[in-house]
Design a protein around this ligand. Structure first.
Ligand SMILES: Nc1nc2c(ncn2[C@@H]2O[C@H](COP(=O)(O)OP(=O)(O)O)[C@@H](O)[C@H]2O)c(=O)[nH]1
Ligand SMILES: [Mg+2]
Length: 450
């Protein structure tokens, strides 16, 4: 998962905070050092780190917890707020009503523009919009072929002219061609430059020609805090532009890139987390931080389920949140998950799992889910809908029928009960009790009572 190490380190710091006997100077000092170490290791700029911890210390000193909240609980909240703040203010990307939204995508060569154009196209196509992409890269050999292959995969229209020589003219013509029949037009530019200045000049000329509604700078996340220079130059030229940070799946420096870009005031609207079309996420600092801290991200999870299995499965999860979880829902969810890809990838999205699973646990988990599916395939529809009728003789029959053991069937039922309880709590909008943050929450509550 993205930024796994940073998440673990930050979570460790919070857990220590929750366990400390008192919120005294020593505890705060240790918290500050832990946070600093974690952030610096993720390549967050030293000055940003120092500012953050200074602000945090000041708030811890000055702000009193609201009624009903313990000091430590309050401290956890402040840490979470400050860390989210490091990633910038929440922003959103909306399509214009009545007429196409034109987005010009810019960025240095290799930053991931073409891939991101395709991912964005796919993202909005899946939401029912008519999307077209324009190839305005005359520099890279095979640029048109690359984009048209991706466009085919995403199922969107492409406009381009492999013989074209002038990128500005291509962009202009492409947008004109697609204007009448698209809700969203994405222009992929060349970005052949090695440094920011040339890039900004190219962007200016393109923007004049296509008059985009939004200019989006694609920044390579593996740059870490060095991403700041690009974002700054971009911000100077296009104060209203937005940013997409790519390759956050393959770097320990992601925290550095995100915080450096956010520090320029440019809104990060999307992040890229892999090479495939679906590896794109709308970026929201508080949600992202919650997930990093192992608090789960129910919304993202629901959306993934809906996309992969259609609305119905997503409805299943919502039902489950209202407390109506049956084994059939669980089975459908497992099926959806198996289609969504490896467990490793989706575990980070599941509330309460987050960053706590090791590779080994993932492997075991994956095996177990497979066994659970087999077990449920041996159940009757009636049993799936009403798990409470599963008595000893039914359990024996199912174990035999699925080639598993009674103990395994019982374990599945236990897991199901757990899941039901956890989802109910989440559905009521309370904090998770299972998983890493659950532990923290329980400790905090004990403290408040004691
Ligand atoms: N791992 C990973 N690779 C990415 C991501 N985005 C782009 N890439 C890869 O980065 C390389 C350059 O991407 P491309 O879209 O051609 O960059 P462009 O030159 O800016 O158009 C390709 O190999 C992509 O597969 C991402 O989010 N994660
Ligand atoms: Mg390209």
């Amino acid at each position: 998962m993205v930024l796994e190490r940073l998440g673990r380190a930050l979570y460790g710091a919070l857990q220590k905070l929750a366990r400390a006997p008192h919120l005294d100077e020593q505890t705060v000092g240790e918290l500050v050092r832990d946070l600093q170490r974690a952030l610096l290791q993720a390549d967050v700029n030293v000055q940003l780190v120092l500012d953050l911890t200074r602000r945090l210390q000041e708030r811890l000193r000055k702000e009193a917890p609201p009624p009903g909240m313990s000091r430590r609980e309050h401290a956890v909240k402040l840490v979470y707020e400050e860390l989210s703040g490091l990633l910038g203010k929440p922003s959103s990307f909306e399509l214009k009503k009545g007429g196409p939204t034109v987005v010009l995508m810019v960025g240095l060569q290799g930053s991931g523009k073409t891939t991101s154009v395709a991912k964005l196209a796919y993202h909005f196509k899946r939401r029912g919009f008519r999307v077209g992409v324009v190839c305005a890269d005359t520099f890279r050999a095979g640029a048109y072929d690359q984009l048209s292959q991706l466009a085919r995969k995403a199922g969107v229209e492409i406009w381009g002219d492999p013989e074209g020589k002038d990128p500005v003219e291509l962009a202009r013509r492409g947008v004109e061609e697609l204007r009448g029949r698209c809700d969203l037009i994405l222009v992929d530019s060349a970005g052949r430059h090695k440094e920011e200045r040339g890039l900004m000049e190219e962007m200016r000329r393109m923007a004049e020609a296509v008059k985009p509604d939004e200019v989006m700078l694609v920044v390579d996340g593996t740059l870490g805090q060095q991403a700041r220079e690009q974002a700054e130059a971009f911000r100077r030229v296009t104060p209203l532009g937005s940013i997409l940070v790519t390759k956050l799946d393959g770097t320990a420096k992601g925290g550095g890139a995100l915080s450096a870009v956010a520090a320029t005031g440019a809104p990060i609207k999307f992040i890229g987390t892999g090479e495939h079309l679906e590896d794109l996420e709308p970026f929201s600092p508080p949600r992202f931080m919650a997930r990093l801290l192992g608090m789960g991200d129910l919304e993202t999870f629901l959306r993934k389920v809906e996309e992969t299995m259609g609305k119905e499965a997503g409805e299943g999860v919502k039902e489950a949140l209202r407390g109506k979880l049956t084994l059939r829902t669980v089975y459908e969810q497992l099926e959806a998950m198996s289609r969504m890809g490896p467990l490793k990838k989706i575990a980070g999205l599941l509330p309460g799992l987050g960053v706590s699973l090791s590779e080994e646990q993932m492997r075991v988990g994956e095996e177990k889910l497979k066994r659970f599916r087999v077990i449920m395939q041996s159940m009757t529809p009636q049993e799936l809908d009403n798990p409470e009728i599963l008595n000893a003789s039914r359990i024996r029959r199912i174990a035999r029928g699925s080639g598993t053991s009674e103990a395994e069937v019982r374990e599945l039922l236990r897991q199901y009960e757990l899941m039901k309880r956890m989802l109910k709590t989440l559905g009521r909008g309370r904090l998770p009790r299972a998983g890493p943050l659950g532990k923290l929450v329980r400790e905090l509550e004990k403290e408040r009572r004691g």
